[in-house]
Design a protein around this ligand. Structure first.
Ligand code: SF4
Length: 283
C-alpha cells in the first residue's frame, strides 16, 4: 500500500506527512506537489512564493519518501483566461485545473484505488471539508491525520517544524494564514488583500494588472472581492480596493474602522471541493 500525501507547501500538509511517516514509515510515502507556476518561468510574483519552494523541499526531506512535482504548465491567470472565467470563492478554475485535476490524473495514471491511500492536510477545525473530500476522491480512500488527537493549532505545527530545524514559511510571519499562491487567492477576503498590499505592494500590483488584463479579454469587469457597506454587498476589483485604501490613508483616517480587516476569506485548493460547482465548470 502506497501513502500519497498532498503536499501544498503549507504547514498543515507538512504535519500530515509527518504523521503518516510516523505511523507507516517512509518506504511507501509519496508526497505529491501540484505547482501553480509555469515551469521554466521564474517571474517573482507568478505562482508560489519562492520561500514556499524552500519550505516544500526542506519539509519533504524531513518527512521522507519521494516528492513528486507535477505542473499543468500554466499559472492561475492563464486558467482564468482559458476558462473565460474570473475565479472566485465559489468557482475556482485555478485550483481545479492546476491542483485537483493534475493530482487526480497523476494518481489514476499510477495507481488503482486499492493500491493507495490519499492524505489531505485538513485539520480538526475543518471537519465539514472532510466529508466533501471523501466523496470527491472516490473511489480512492482519503484520510485526514490532522483531524485526529493530539489536536494541534497551526502555531503548534510551526513550533513542531522549527523544533526540527525547519523554519516556518515566511508568509506566516508576514501575517498570511496560508502559504498558497504567494499570498494571493481568489477566495481570500479584504483582510488578506490588505496584508498583500502592505507587505508586498509589487506583488499586489502584479495581480492587479493581471486582473485588468483579464477583464479586457473577457470584455466585462467581474471582480471577486466582496465588500458589504450598510448592509449592501458590492464587488470590487483589486484596483478599486487599492484606490479605496489609498483614499482612506490620504485623509489620515483609520483603515481598520472602514474596512473589515478580519475578512480573511477561505483559501483551500484541496479543501474546498464542491461537487455541484465542480460539475458546472467542467461541463
Ligand atoms: S490558492 Fe487560491 S488562487 Fe491559488 S490555486 Fe488555490 S484557490 Fe486558486
Amino acid at each position: 500500500m502506497k501513502h500519497i500525501v498532498f503536499n501544498s507547501a503549507g504547514i498543515g500538509s507538512w504535519a500530515t506527512g509527518m504523521r503518516v511517516a510516523e505511523k507507516y514509515g517512509t518506504d511507501n510515502i509519496i508526497q505529491l506537489f501540484t505547482d501553480t507556476k509555469k515551469l521554466n518561468d521564474n517571474h517573482p510574483h507568478r505562482g508560489e512564493d519562492d520561500d514556499a519552494y524552500r519550505f516544500l523541499r526542506e519539509g519533504a526531506a524531513l518527512i521522507g519518501g519521494n516528492l513528486e512535482w507535477v505542473s499543468a504548465g500554466k499559472d492561475i491567470w492563464r486558467t482564468f483566461e482559458d476558462s473565460r472565467y474570473m475565479g472566485n470563492s465559489r468557482v475556482d478554475p485555478c485550483s481545479r485545473i492546476l491542483k485537483r485535476e493534475m493530482a487526480r490524473k497523476w494518481i489514476e495514471d499510477h495507481f488503482k484505488p486499492e493500491e493507495v491511500t490519499l492524505y489531505i492536510g485538513i485539520d480538526w477545525t475543518e471537519a465539514h471539508r472532510a466529508v466533501k473530500n471523501k466523496r470527491f476522491w472516490e473511489p480512492y480512500n482519503v484520510e485526514f491525520p490532522m483531524m485526529d488527537a493530539p489536536y494541534m493549532t497551526k502555531e503548534e505545527m510551526c513550533q513542531w517544524s522549527e523544533s526540527l530545524g525547519l523554519k516556518r514559511p515566511r508568509l506566516y510571519d508576514l501575517g498570511f494564514a496560508h502559504n498558497n499562491c504567494g499570498g494571493f487567492c481568489v477566495k481570500a477576503g479584504l483582510g488578506q488583500f490588505y496584508t498583500l498590499l502592505k507587505t508586498m505592494p509589487e506583488r499586489y500590483a502584479y495581480h492587479e494588472q493581471k486582473q485588468e488584463e483579464l477583464f479586457a479579454v473577457l470584455g466585462k469587469r467581474v471582480p471577486f472581492l466582496r465588500q458589504t457597506i450598510n448592509g449592501k454587498l458590492r464587488y470590487l476589483s483589486l484596483k478599486e480596493y487599492r484606490e479605496q485604501i489609498e483614499e482612506i490613508e490620504r485623509k489620515n483616517e483609520d483603515v481598520a474602522c472602514q474596512i473589515d480587516l478580519f475578512d480573511i476569506g477561505g483559501c483551500g485548493c484541496f479543501g474546498d471541493v464542491d461537487d455541484i460547482v465542480e460539475k458546472v465548470i467542467t461541463a
